[in-house]
Design a protein around this ligand. Structure first.
Ligand SMILES: NC(=O)c1ccc[n+]([C@@H]2O[C@H](COP(=O)([O-])OP(=O)(O)OC[C@H]3O[C@@H](n4cnc5c(N)ncnc54)[C@H](O)[C@@H]3O)[C@@H](O)[C@H]2O)c1
Ligand SMILES: [Zn+2]
Length: 667
């Protein structure tokens, strides 16, 4: 039976609603933005051709977000709209025609900004004080996330200068790429799955219930719109320039364009230049600059008429999928990898792409021999976003996900709620064994010179090691006869292993590879428990009471120590002389007494030498800065403190203390 138009419209509406939910509420979209926009355009077209099926609740008529109910719901004083999207220069020219007709003038100037890719936020200021921060939600009402927003350092809490008494300012909460990549490195090191992209991570961060957790994420806020009843500014650009003067982060990439040709040039210029920015952008937003003209143009049900977004197409290419291979991680997680016919994409040659997990393969229905679309977003590894079904070979077969480990042939398991399959053969699976030893010797862990990933594989293959404790029993005589080895390299390896016995406890704790215990968590645990035996005895309740340790980590620590194999390994490490407790020096004199205080050290001292003084400040949790600023808490002055420093300290009213005062502070 042919599908009726009405049925088709309803199906599309339902499908788009589901994608909106995945995108805005779960922060985990399952199709690309481009595909989403195509479907939305298709629905728009069908609705326009069949006005009898109009529905004010259709995704074409509403802003896609929702309120989450885990925060207080706040009704927006001024509605928050979406933006109309366009993908071509023709669309921009069409838009220009439309607004010229409404305004009945050719005299229109434009403000061009980049389209920052994050989550929208509305900040309200009363008498220069930030009183609330609310997400866009469904456009009418949003989530009150003020406490979370206050942790973002670039958002001024109190304004200085010439501000409007009561106003709102809107912007995008973003996660700059460097911070995003750092967070992911730490997650991967701790054996967790990396976050998929900066936008969803930024948006997800706003919805965390614990603002202390939010404060650890390097979020930022870029502002793009000022709203006030008695706005003294005549143009959008001017309003934003003034906001920048007040301390808001308004990107300097914004420009006024006097003609639509200049707008098109702006779009072209940033098509490639945007990749040099420290954050992700996905297009340009063109706005009518005159606020009076903006008022005259007004809004449609969903978006302002005075603005249009030009979206850059994500860099995408098609190529052939030659093979799917499966990688085993050091924690046993299986990752399917697409091996591709090499293709040029965003300036690099791509041969492999991530397929994430079994669900992803099923959802895309990718098969060997398919022509697939590969996309490169903020992530380092490109991903497959779709299949060109018109090019599917006739004899193609659905992909069957592996059931057994490619390395040890153990049957894979998949835990409830986990996206990935695991090889449970933790202590017998070659890749997991070498992976764990490779992690043990890595730079941030035991940092063993002379040993690399390949040597570990070689030593394992030769039967010389099967766990990290075995390293400490290696002899030169065993190594010299091996492939590509000689007396010198063997000596280096043994010396490197010997030297690793000096590596401090916190790094050893990271090195032994407890799942979810990354570098930072290892430091916390080492500091709290001081030695491995205390950690071994810790109960679940003990563990979750440690700063920053959650249930998942606590359980993982318990699991680790409940395994006899690990207990034996740890005992062996102890006997070889590996550091399994905090050293005397590091325990002695280390406190949190100066937590949050910033010191500037100036002059010549008698009790301390300068470096010892700085070290003592840091050992007690304080920070040392090189120059005096408003943020300085104390200046420790010795003899001959510079006169300009003295003056600056006095002007800023920063207390100047002596070495003796300092000693009293820490004792
Ligand atoms: N993949 C999916 O499943 C899925 C689902 C829903 C939505 N989406 C994507 O989200 C988009 C729709 O989301 P939307 O309604 O938020 O629209 P949008 O993201 O296309 O544009 C509106 C938003 O742009 C932001 N923005 C960034 N820089 C700006 C600037 N300089 N000036 C003004 N605004 C700026 C604002 O937060 C504003 O709310 C679609 O284009 C779609 O690609 C994807
Ligand atoms: Zn295995």
């Amino acid at each position: 039976m042919p599908v009726s138009i009405e049925q088709k419209i309803n199906e599309l509406r339902d499908e788009l609603r589901m994608h909106n939910y995945n995108y805005y509420v779960l922060d985990s979209p399952v199709i690309s933005d481009y595909e989403f926009d195509l479907k939305l355009k298709e629905l728009e077209k069908l609705e326009a051709e069949n006005p009898q099926f109009f529905d004010p609740n259709s995704p074409t008529q509403r802003v896609g977000g929702e309120i989450t109910k885990s925060f207080n719901t706040v009704v927006h004083k001024n509605r928050m709209y979406s933006l109309d999207n366009s993908y071509s220069k023709e669309d921009i020219l069409e838009w220009e025609k439309r607004i010229k007709k409404i305004l009945e003038t050719d005299n229109i100037q434009y403000s061009c900004e980049l389209k920052y890719d994050g989550a929208s936020i509305n900040l309200s200021y009363e008498n220069g004080i930030l009183v609330s921060a609310v997400t866009r939600g469904d456009g009418f009402q949003g989530d009150d996330v003020t406490t979370n927003i206050k942790t973002i350092k670039s958002i001024p809490l109190v304004l200085k200068g010439n501000f409007i008494k009561s106003f709102e300012i809107r912007g995008e909460i973003i996660l700059p790429l460097a911070g995003f990549n750092k967070m992911n490195t730490e997650r991967v090191e701790a054996g967790e799955d990396p976050y998929s992209n900066p936008r969803n991570t930024a948006s997800g961060s706003l919805k965390l219930q614990d603002s202390a957790e939010v404060s650890k994420r390097p979020l930022d806020c870029l502002l793009y719109h000022v709203l006030a009843t008695n706005n003294p500014n005549k143009t959008h650009f001017e309003a934003l320039e003034n906001a920048r003067q007040l301390g808001f982060k308004v990107p300097k990439t914004m420009e006024v364009c006097k003609t639509i040709d200049e707008v098109l040039m702006f779009i072209e210029k940033w098509d490639t230049k945007r990749f040099d920015l420290p954050y992700e952008t996905d297009g340009v937003v063109v706005k009518v600059n005159s606020l009076e003209q903006q008022d005259e143009l007004g809004y449609t049900a969903k978006a302002p008429r005075w603005a249009i977004a030009y979206k850059y197409k994500a860099e995408q290419e098609s190529t052939i999928l030659k093979e799917i291979t499966y990688q085993v991680g050091r924690t046993g997680a299986i990752t399917p990898v697409a091996n591709l016919e090499p293709v040029q994409l965003a300036g690099t040659i791509v041969k492999r792409a991530s397929l994430h997990n079994a669900d992803q393969i099923k959802k895309l229905d990718v098969r060997i021999g398919d022509t697939v679309f590969v996309e490169k977003g903020g992530e380092i590894i490109p991903k497959i976003v779709g299949v060109d079904l018109t090019k599917r070979p006739l004899n193609s077969q659905p992909t069957e996900y592996i059931t057994h480990c490619p390395d040890c042939n153990t049957e894979l398991i998949r835990n409830e709620g986990d996206a990935k399959h695991y090889c449970p053969n933790e202590y017998g699976c070659p890749t997991q064994i070498t992976g764990r030893i490779q992690h043990f010797i890595s730079r941030k862990a035991m940092n063993i010179d002379g040993l690399g990933a390949e040597t570990i594989e070689l030593l394992f293959k030769e039967g010389l090691i099967s766990n990290y404790a075995d390293l400490y029993e290696l002899t030169e005589a065993q190594i010299i006869p091996l492939e590509r080895m000689a007396e010198k390299s063997a000596q280096n390896i043994i010396a490197g292993i010997e030297k690793s016995k000096e590596i401090p406890f916190e790094k050893v704790l990271f090195a032994i590879g407890i799942r979810f215990v990354g570098e930072t968590v290892a430091k916390k645990l080492a500091k709290h428990y001081k030695n491995i035996d205390a950690l071994k005895k810790a109960t679940f309740d003990d563990l979750i009471n440690v700063d920053e340790i959650g249930e998942k980590i606590a359980q993982s620590v318990l699991d680790f120590f409940s395994n006899e194999i690990n207990i034996i390994l740890i005992e062996r490490l102890k006997n070889y002389g590996v550091q399994l407790e905090l050293s005397a020096e590091s325990q002695e004199g280390k406190t949190d007494k100066l937590q949050g205080e910033i010191f500037v050290v100036s002059g010549v001292f008698t009790i301390f030498n300068r470096n010892d003084l700085k070290k003592s400040i840091e050992d007690n949790g304080g920070k040392v800065a090189s120059s005096i600023s408003k943020k300085t808490s104390y200046i420790i002055a010795g003899d001959n403190m510079g006169p300009s420093k003295l003056q600056k300290a006095e002007t800023l009213g920063i207390p100047i203390i002596s070495e003796n005062d300092y000693l009293e502070m820490i004792n």
